[in-house]
Design a protein around this ligand. Structure first.
Ligand code: CO
Length: 209
């Protein structure tokens, strides 16, 4: 899709179609949202959280950035996380990476993307921490796929270390952390790690070096 006007035409058609199928849909959603999922995904246009999961508006609270990263210093992400848990009471926190990710390729390839290189420094850390495992994979595409998985594991691990998640667990609430990878060549989601509900389980995900 290239034409900006098409966005409005499509929106009009979509809103009318939703209304035709469920006349109360927008009226119900107008007052409040009650999503059960927080999705932390890559900004890549090929991985829209709602479309690939068959979700409808109101189902998923979404935060996306380049490389689906969780930085302990990112006030944007930390605010989204805090609001999702403390106010919306989401039950599932999902970090979703994807195959053929530009961030993974750029980190692996040594950069050249200006300010984005700074943002990718944690993925380069993941590469360093797992150098031996990655070097043992002969095929570059497989190596990048593994780096994608390792990045997801790392980001789930960091998510579990945030004060907001720790507080939830300390209070006896059990938000579950999940790590997924979306395959852009066939549209399938795959679970990398599932049901992390304690600091101990999460620490096992983080590299020891
Ligand atoms: Co990506």
């Amino acid at each position: 899709m290239k034409n900006f006007r098409r966005l409005f035409e499509n929106n009009e058609a979509w809103a009318n179609a939703v209304l035709a199928e469920d006349p109360g849909f927008f009226k119900r959603g107008e007052r409040k949202q009650e999503p059960h999922f927080l999705w932390i995904g890559c900004a890549d246009s090929r991985v829209p959280a709602e479309q690939v999961t068959g979700a409808v508006p109101g189902d998923i609270f979404v935060h996306r950035n380049i490389g689906n990263q969780v930085w302990e210093t990112d006030i944007n992400l930390l605010s989204v996380l805090h609001y999702a848990l403390e106010v919306l009471k989401v039950k599932h926190l999902i970090v979703c990476g994807h195959t053929n990710c530009g961030a993974i390729k750029a980190a692996y390839g040594g950069g050249g993307f200006g300010v984005v290189d700074h943002w990718l420094s944690d993925i380069r850390n993941v590469m360093r921490w797992n150098r031996a495992e990655l070097a043992a994979i002969p095929n570059v595409r497989d190596r990048l796929d593994r780096l994608t998985e390792l990045n997801v594991l790392r980001q789930v691990g960091v998510l579990a270390r945030t004060p907001t998640v720790r507080d939830e667990w300390a209070k006896g609430r059990r938000p579950l952390l999940h790590g997924l990878v979306y395959d852009v060549k066939n549209g399938h989601l795959r679970s990398i790690v599932d049901g992390i509900d304690s600091a101990e389980k999460a620490e096992a995900l983080l590299p020891r070096t």
